[in-house]
Ligand binder design. Structure first.
Ligand code: S3P
Length: 427
């Protein structure tokens, strides 16, 4: 795919989209299947390059994988995972690197982890701290211990009781995965409930994990044991569905459906934010699975707090919705946006300003003064800075407005290789 991509405005949008398998569940399905004894099957694995990176790495660590009738069959390493002689290349994927640190903490020996330019800027001290308390050692670059990383795993690790300072499903998951190799229970406390895929999936493969809501947060406790093999059925990725939900809502002649999604509460906060802005966007049931239906809407501004969309993955596309709404929207306490694949706080403001609305940052808050309609967006250019969600957000703005030229568009493949094709099929 060309790294510069032109997206033209389209007049009518109709159709149904099947987005790739959920990225979070896909990474975990590969890791848990590799850790398990026996043969696991994964149906609906994400086609993104991030998940492909995890797939290559688990085979380097001793799992055996093959494609069979559209599924991926994984044979766990019978005597446990082992050190790879080669570097483990996590590419653009923070989930791969952080979850893998948790897994490797319990694999004795020295592991080398590397990533691309974007991943090599992202902080790994947030996983290093708890994993070192458990008995692993992690060496990275500088204070924030960025990649390349050297990690020394050992067994058994120590159980831990850890309050995660930032809301992060990746940090919680790294601790729980390391906890599988600990000599006692692991307790993880989060102040804001983040996605529960790791806890839910560990339970599905026989590991004892309890989980209790405490205020807006949660306490999770894991009792160490080896996961059993499982047939994983991966639902569609709601964070990808969010792009089509906003597209339909801001376009002036659109009606779209997205099939079969992970609709767990921590993932679909964006739907309620859009509804509050006046969007005709709903979660609907299609033959036993939850999907999404979205139509042309008149949007008005709202105030959004980070805890409504934990992990803040949907902020860039919601900032496009805010740019098409009337009034001034504010996204509060968005510091985590700065440490994603790119600085998405800066990137979202840059995107909104490029398409002709006005955005500014005050502290960790993002303000967007909307134009009242995507028809008032201008034809614009945008550099996506190695960030797949910035590519897709810019593309949606161009499609509903007056077109866009995106530099660095190839990075969309990290989560959604067929995004531009799926988008073109709707016009
Ligand atoms: C993910 C967690 C999120 C999210 C990422 C996937 C996961 O990051 O941004 O795309 O699979 O655990 P946080 O660790 O900031 O929650």
């Amino acid at each position: 795919m060309m790294d510069r991509q032109r997206v033209e405005a389209v007049e009518h949008l109709r159709g149904t989209v099947r987005v790739p398998g959920d990225k979070s569940i896909s990474h975990r399905a590969l890791l848990l299947s590799a850790l398990a004894s026996g043969v696991s099957v994964i149906s609906g694995l994400s086609s993104g390059h991030d998940v492909a990176a995890t797939r290559v790495i688990v085979s380097q660590l001793g799992a055996e994988l093959r494609d069979e009738d559209g599924d991926v069959v994984v044979e766990g390493a019978r005597d446990g995972l082992r050190v790879s002689a080669g570097k483990l290349d996590c590419q653009n994927s923070g989930t791969t690197m952080r979850l893998l640190c948790g897994v490797l903490a319990g694999v004795p020996g020295e592991h080398h982890l590397v990533g691309d330019a974007s991943l090599s800027r992202r902080p790994m001290d947030r996983v290093a701290m708890p994993l070192e308390l458990m008995g692993a050692r992690l060496e990275g670059q500088g204070e924030r211990r960025t990649a390349p990383l050297r990690l020394w795993g050992s067994t058994p690790l120590q159980g831990i009781d850890y309050a995660v300072p930032e809301p992060s499903a990746q940090v919680k998951s790294a601790i729980l995965l390391a906890g599988l190799a600990a000599n006692g229970a692991c307790v993880v406390r989060e102040a804001i409930r983040t996605r529960s895929a790791t806890e839910d999936m560990l339970r599905a493969c026989g590991v004892t994990v309890t989980s209790e809501s405490v205020g807006a947060g949660r306490v999770v406790e894991l009792t160490p044991s080896r996961p059993t093999s499982h047939h994983w059925r991966v639902p569609g990725d709601p964070s990808q569905a969010a792009f089509f939900a906003v597209l339909a809502a801001i376009h002036d002649d659109a009606s779209l459906d997205v099939l079969s999604l992970d609709a767990s509460p921590e993932r679909v906060g964006f739907v309620f934010v859009l509804q509050r802005m006046g969007a005709r966007v709903d979660l609907v049931e299609h033959g036993g699975a939850i999907g999404l239906r979205a139509e042309t809407s008149m949007l008005h501004a709202t105030e959004i707090h980070a805890h409504e969309i934990p992990s803040v993955d949907e902020v860039p596309i919601l900032s496009v919705a805010a740019a098409a709404a009337s009034g001034v929207s504010v996204f509060r306490e968005m510091s985590e946006l700065r440490v994603k694949e790119s600085d998405r706080l800066e990137g979202s403001a840059r995107l909104v300003n490029a398409l002709g609305a006005r955005a500014w940052i005050e502290g960790d808050d993002l303000y967007v003064e909307g134009l009242g309609s995507a028809r008032r967006f201008r034809d614009f250019s945008f550099d996506a800075a190695l960030d797949h969600r910035m590519v897709m957000s810019a593309a949606i703005a161009g499609c509903a407005g007056h077109g866009v030229t995106i530099d660095g568009a190839a990075t969309v493949a990290s989560s959604y290789p067929t995004f531009f094709r799926d988008l073109a099929l709707l016009s």
